[in-house]
Design a protein around this ligand. Structure first.
Ligand code: CMC
Length: 397
């Protein structure tokens, strides 16, 4: 059987002609155009609609970003207020959605619970049709439902009763207060808002691509989100923040970092989670911002500070070992410390990523379906037997 990359390339050429491209993992394949997010992986540049991520993270809010992504410009005050009103009036989810979450065992995977509850919304939605006139408004109505679902996934797992986020001055605050049953401080709301901004979009990673495949069939927005969630869950993608933090937990104290690194990463040849990226070959710009958020947020929190100190030491060893191969901290390396300092358990980290990324998913779905739609249907190189025939049951070995 042909297995080497070279053989597969030759077979692809033979089977599909010169126009065909064989690319394992779709590396270097361009599947759409976008005016949403720009990444220069060699220089460590990330921009949302041309604005550097550093500027957005220091000056912008998630609500402004929702408008920016969907409408292509920053909202004026009136437009922002209208958008906030829409968010605030759409946190409610049907009873069936909450029932779906709360009927499941408490130890269910949070992303599986989100897939389930999002699929319930897809099931309840009648006659969804893509339309340039309504898609953006529809996305703004869907985003707060995600906050309600993520909050209730957390509440269920913590043994709390169902609760819908209440309207407030910020999406981040409404979400946090629905989770924690208390007023949150401005600092907490602000940090959550920054985390939402930093994870909002990243062009076409596995989750966005999976969702694009779904909506390219003209399936509905919720089904696209279910597809994206399923791809986000894995440890090579959204699951990495949780995996990275679990390393810090396993290490336990800053003086054990070196020993752990030698044992697990050098001798054990395990991947250092929260390190490496398909696109970035330098330090992920989001990781820098998460690092500084983690640094300031943990100053008065000795427990969280310990994990920050561990991460910093681990980062140093990781860069020494892998930096020359272009493997540096990615966004998931420090984000878990920020979530931890906010009070979230480790199992929630991927769900918090999903909460934020729903915006990027929807913006890409709309950009693709409304402007450049084509069914996504790649090919595979056939490497099986050329001629075979059906063997009757009693003659099979
Ligand atoms: N630790 C150790 N070695 C690594 C790592 C790592 N974190 N990442 C890549 N490598 C090595 C890998 O072993 C391989 O080495 P060799 O050429 O000697 O076999 C080489 O680098 C190329 O790896 P690859 O898996 O072919 O490259 P990729 O472009 O598919 O990798 C990645 C991207 C994210 C899957 C990978 O870096 C990885 O597994 N990282 C750890 C998981 C992680 O942090 N994921 C979050 C990604 S960023 C946020 C997001 O998108 O969700």
């Amino acid at each position: 059987m042909a297995t080497s990359e070279k053989q597969l390339e030759e077979l692809a050429l033979k089977q599909y002609g010169e126009k065909s491209v064989y690319s394992r993992g779709l590396e270097n394949v361009i599947i759409k155009y976008t005016a949403l997010t720009f990444i220069d992986g060699n220089k460590g540049i990330l921009k949302y609609r041309g604005i550097p991520i550093e500027e957005i993270a220091s000056k912008g809010t998630y609500e402004e970003l929702i408008y920016l992504f969907l409408y292509g410009k920053l909202p004026n005050r009136e437009e922002l207020n209208k958008l906030k009103d829409t968010l605030n009036s759409n946190y409610e989810v049907p009873k069936e959605v909450l029932d779906a979450i709360y009927m499941m065992p408490k130890d269910s995977d949070p992303i599986a619970l989100l897939e389930l509850s999002t699929a319930v919304l897809a099931g309840l939605e009648k006659d969804f049709k893509w339309s340039k006139d309504t898609d953006k408004q529809r996305a703004i109505e869907i985003i707060p439902k995600m906050a309600a679902m993520v909050a209730n996934v957390y509440r269920h797992k913590e043994g709390k009763s169902p609760k819908i986020p209440s309207p407030s001055d910020s999406y981040a605050r409404s979400f946090l207060e629905a989770c924690f049953d208390r007023k949150v401080t401005d600092e907490e709301a602000n940090v959550m808002d920054k985390a939402l901004v930093l994870y909002a979009d990243h062009e076409v990673p596995a989750s966005t691509t999976a969702g694009l495949v779904v909506v390219s069939t003209l399936s509905d927005m919720y089904s696209g989100i279910v597809g994206a969630l399923a791809a986000l869950k894995g440890p090579l993608h959204g699951g990495a923040a949780e995996a990275a933090f679990r390393q810090f937990l396993e290490i336990g104290s800053p003086d054990r970092v070196e020993e752990w690194f030698n044992e697990k990463i050098i001798k054990g040849k395990n991947r250092l989670m929260g390190f490496g990226h398909r696109v970035y070959k330098v330090y992920d710009p989001r990781a820098k911002i998460f690092k500084s958020l983690a640094e300031s947020l943990t100053q008065k929190n000795p427990d969280a500070r310990k994990y920050y100190e561990i991460a910093k030491k681990l980062e140093e060893l990781g860069i020494n070992q892998f930096g020359s191969k272009g493997i540096y901290p990615n966004t998931d390396f420090y984000s878990g410390i920020v979530y931890y300092a906010l009070g979230f358990p480790v199992y929630m980290y991927t769900a918090l990523f999903a909460l934020s990324r729903t915006l990027g998913w929807l913006a890409h779905f709309i950009e693709y379906v409304d402007e450049q739609h084509r069914l996504i249907r790649p090919r595979a190189v056939y490497v099986g037997p050329e001629n075979a025939s059906w063997i009757p049951m009693d003659q099979r070995s």
